[in-house]
Design a protein around this ligand. Structure first.
Ligand SMILES: O=c1ccn([C@@H]2O[C@H](COP(=O)(O)OP(=O)(O)O[C@H]3O[C@H](CO)[C@@H](O)[C@H](O)[C@H]3O)[C@@H](O)[C@H]2O)c(=O)[nH]1
Ligand SMILES: [Mn+2]
Length: 756
């Protein structure tokens, strides 16, 4: 495709480096180093506590080095889609859009429908778009809802394009617009009320269908859903909307529903498995060179997002610079001051942009545009074969036999894959829909991937519950770079889980999946040694993949003040020692510095504090179970699982929502570490106040430092203190008892070791 004259580039790359911040970060690094030196110099006679503290602090220094390196050169991309709009429509490449959903109860079809509607209404020639929905829940309600949505799209798509609606997910658009509409033109008002009425009808139908055991009679078009077991059923593929008369750029994109075959005999590999089926089925029908994928709750919030992404794909000098375009995950209905610390704004802004300045953003699983050929395992053109794995897709010398080995036995799929790898844009010409159905059922079956490269070298990678990071890493390993797109308004918005069990479970899954990658053969260390992953990119990946491991030193360090108070010893210098300056400075500088970062992106002190303390809670409670999960997997005791996050439905009449920012507890063992920590610190402080402690050895008893630290830990875990006191919504008694038992053990252990 011809590129525009270089005088009007489609995008710009801007460096956001900030020398002041670099200096402070370096200063903190120096402080950490001097603390370690101080510990080393005073090793004699200090014993166990000293060594433990030093080990933890070495780890924190290591993490800081990773952070420091990653944040060094933050980058932003600015894209100019209006320049792209000047081009002829026929120059625009086709895009396949994938939506995954897995459970109609945790992910209400109403939400999926809104996401799909927002995609169908994107500002892009409709005949170049196709939307594929994968339903791992095999739910007739989801299918029913999508059919209704497709009907409604007939009014919604032209309406939103004609009036340049910004938010094209109706459930977000209408409530927001109601107050403004009365001051608009007569014509708009009429159109608005008409389309709103249709929308409400659709909602009512979906809600009514959701109330019944099955949404309608499971006959006719629905017959395949009757008596179905979602864990054991044949493939269901439905073309909800096809492109009958060929090209109509002003029409409505194609919409396809897929529920892949499931069988207890085959592991379905969760989302990665679903994505691979979507890739194959779409390869047969449309075979677009670019693929957008979103989670079912991540609606398109910027209707121009495809154009923004194409600015990057088409504007980069060489393909190697842009394997995929990732948009950051942002959330709608974000609670004020981020009480659960899961909006990740600051994380994306500084760490995220820093990574963008390295080899490009990690793949985040949603809001991402991929090149199909990269997903098909292609290497950048100039690459030499540095690993034992054969590079696929080297243009002319493509070997048919190799392709069948990689892509499986479907002739149609192999042909379409060879087109994609060669960069030819046409889809395979299947003779009519029945030929398509036959081939599509074949590639969506459980057994299709046997003895192929799917999940290993082709498609979304298997073996981690964070398949996104693993898949992205495998792309970066080949030397590809990726690009970040942050248009205004934000490209996609999704829903962040509420605080409590849902958020903790999600964090546990992430930590587990990330650690699975670190200990696997696909780890970034190998990728740097034997592949083309850049060294500092490797450090950035390590920073992410060690999330779970960070829980161990963090819990240990949080226990140290309690241990010292109980045993009347110390792990910090005394107030009268000059060395006390070092930990004090670290504490003060670090906190002021991070606070400043929150101010930089316009957030409040409260948001900073919430994130800081929730980080400690997540680490102690969720990440620690990530370590446990992976250890059990390595020992062969149990497998890791992908537990789907509950999405709160804003569907009208779907019951009450509780977005009051209150952290809730349940019986899950995830809450035991936090409860135990709180009980231990409290016990220590009480023992100190009541004078129940042993005499200090030679005047080296607990100092003020340890007491401040214990109080700080209690402040960080204050939701647990509250949870202990509250009857309703507090920590369940069984959890309290288990934690109390652990806390008692710890106190006895401490006293025992100090006597020994
Ligand atoms: O067996 C499964 C399990 C999940 N999903 C889909 O995967 C997506 C993500 O699931 P969710 O429960 O929302 O997980 P999150 O933790 O919110 O997802 C984040 O983290 C995942 C990796 O852990 C990535 O895959 C996601 O893209 C990213 O948004 C959803 O659309 C699900 O429908 C499936 O299709 N099949
Ligand atoms: Mn999600």
């Amino acid at each position: 495709m011809a590129r525009l004259a270089s005088s009007s580039p489609l995008y710009e790359k801007v460096s956001l480096k900030n020398d002041g911040k670099r200096a402070v970060e370096f200063f903190i690094l120096l402080l950490l180093a001097s603390l370690l030196v101080y510990r080393l110099l005073n090793l004699d006679g200090c014993g166990f506590v000293w060594a433990v503290a030093m080990a933890c602090e070495s780890w924190f220094t290591f993490i800081w080095i990773l952070t420091f390196s990653t944040k060094w050169n933050p980058i932003a991309y600015r894209t100019y889609p209006h320049l792209l709009s000047l081009r002829e429509e026929r120059e625009f490449p086709p895009i396949d859009m994938f939506v995954t959903t897995a459970d109609p109860a945790l992910e209400p079809p109403f939400i999926t429908v809104n996401t799909v509607l927002s995609l169908l209404a994107l500002d892009y020639p409709a005949d170049k778009l196709a939307c594929y929905v994968s339903d791992d829940g095999c739910s007739p309600l989801t299918y029913y809802s999508l059919r209704e949505a497709s009907e409604f799209a007939k009014s919604w798509v032209p309406f939103s394009k004609k009036y340049r609606v910004q938010t094209r997910a109706p459930f977000r658009y209408f409530p927001d617009q109601d107050s403004k509409v009365e001051s608009s033109s007569e014509e708009f008002r009429r159109a608005y009320h008409a389309v709103k009425e249709e929308y409400e009808k659709m909602c009512q139908k979906i809600a009514a269908a959701g109330q019944k055991t099955s949404p309608c009679d499971l006959t006719g078009d629905f017959a395949e859903f009757s008596n179905i077991d979602r864990r054991d059923h044949p493939t269901i593929i439905k073309i909800i909307r096809e492109d009958k008369d060929g090209c109509d750029p002003d029409g409505i994109p194609r919409l396809v529903y897929i529920s892949r075959e499931k069988s207890p005999k085959y592991h379905h590999n969760y989302k990665a498995g679903a994505m691979n089926v979507l890739t194959r089925v779409s390869g047969l029908l449309t075979n677009a060179p670019y693929m957008l994928n979103v989670d079912c709750d991540m609606f398109a919030n910027n209707p121009q997002i495809v154009l923004h992404a194409l600015c990057l794909f088409l504007g980069t000098e060489s393909e190697v610079d842009c394997a995929f375009v990732q948009c950051p995950q942002k959330f709608y209905d974000g609670l004020e001051d981020d009480p659960f610390g899961n909006q990740m704004v600051v994380l994306y802004e500084f760490m995220g942009r820093g990574i963008v300045g390295l080899q490009g953003p990690f793949y985040g699983g949603t809001g991402c545009f991929h090149r199909r050929k990269v997903i098909y395992g292609a290497w950048p053109d100039d690459s030499c074969n540095r690993t034992s794995l054969k590079p696929i897709g080297k243009g002319k010398d493509m070997d048919m036999e190799e392709l069948v080995k990689g892509f499986g036995s479907s002739k149609e799929l192999v042909r379409s894959a060879s087109y994609a790898l060669e960069g030819r844009m046409e889809p395979v010409s299947l003779k009519g829909l029945s030929a398509f159905f036959e081939a599509a059922h074949q590639v969506a079956s459980c057994a299709y991937e046997d003895d192929t490269e799917w999940g290993k070298e082709i498609g979304w990678m298997y073996g981690s519950t964070t398949e996104d990071v693993l898949t992205g890493l495998n792309i970066h390993r080949k030397g590809w770079r990726s690009v970040y797109s942050t248009p205004d308004p934000p490209a996609f918005l999704g829903c962040a889980p509420n605080g409590g069990p849902a958020a903790m479970t999600q964090m546990k899954r992430w930590a587990t999946g990330l650690l699975e990658i670190l200990v696997s053969r696909k780890s970034p260390v190998y990728a740097t040694l034997f592949g083309k992953l850049q060294f500092r990119m490797c450090l950035a990946y390590v920073w992410l993949l060690v999330w779970a491991l960070r829980s161990i030193p963090e819990i240990t360090y949080a226990l140290l003040p309690a241990y010292c108070i109980i045993t009347n010893s110390h792990f910090l210098p005394k107030v009268n020692e000059p060395a006390m300056v070092i930990p004090t400075l670290i504490f003060v500088t670090y906190n002021i510095f991070t606070l400043f970062e929150y101010f930089q992106v316009g957030l409040s002190v409260r948001a900073w504090w919430n994130n800081h303390r929730m980080q400690r809670v997540t680490s102690a409670c969720a990440w620690s179970f990530g370590v446990l999960g992976v250890v059990l997997k390595i020992l062969g005791v149990s497998q890791t699982v992908f537990e789907v996050t509950r999405k709160d439905s804003s569907a009208p009449g779907e019951g009450e929502k509780v977005p009051d920012g209150k952290f809730t507890f349940d019986n899950s063992p995830l809450f035991i570490p936090g409860t135990t920590l709180v009980l231990v610190e409290l016990t220590a402080l009480v023992m100190m106040v009541l004078g129940l402690r042993p005499q200090a050895h030679g005047g080296s008893g607990t100092g003020i430092g340890e007491v401040i630290c214990a109080v700080w830990v209690l402040l960080c875990f204050s939701i647990f203190v509250r949870g202990l006191l509250e009857k309703k919504g507090g920590i369940p008694l069984p959890t309290v008892f288990k934690s109390a038992a652990l806390a008692t053990l710890f106190v006895h252990f401490s006293i025992f070791t100090s006597r020994a």
